[in-house]
Design a protein around this ligand. Structure first.
Ligand SMILES: [Zn+2]
Ligand SMILES: [Zn+2]
Length: 121
């Protein structure tokens, strides 16, 4: 594989456009970009892409956290409903339904919360 600019053997490949780079090309771009890119344009595009990715991750982390809070809240409400039903309306089916949904909501709340914690770069 030859460098895209020079007629020398390539040592690296641009992660953005896939062009091959020789040692001087790779080291020339390495100082400007966090990752090896063949040109300033590619380096900028890579940084931009990473910015978008970070933003997306941040967004999904936020929504996972919001989901987790929402699930815990609904789970707590259902659990409260189960207790209330125990006192005022002890119908087995109703209590099964309320208790079951409380458990399911709290479990999914924990799952979302764990997902939010795991989404790190
Ligand atoms: Zn490139
Ligand atoms: Zn080169």
């Amino acid at each position: 594989m030859k460098c895209f600019k020079h007629d020398t053997e390539a040592v690296a490949v641009c992660p953005y456009c896939g062009r091959a780079m020789c040692v001087p090309c790779a080291s020339a771009s390495a100082s400007a970009a966090p990752r090896l890119a063949c040109s300033d344009e590619c380096a900028k595009a890579l940084t931009r892409n990473e910015g978008v990715l970070q933003l997306l991750l941040q967004k999904s982390r936020q929504s996972a956290r919001a989901n987790s809070v929402y699930c815990y809240l609904c789970g707590a409400l259902s659990a409260g409903g189960t207790v209330a039903a125990w006192f005022w309306l002890p119908v087995p089916l109703l209590m099964w339904l309320l208790g079951g949904s409380a458990a399911a909501l709290i479990i999914s709340g924990a799952w979302f919360g764990r997902g939010a914690g795991q989404m790190k770069l």
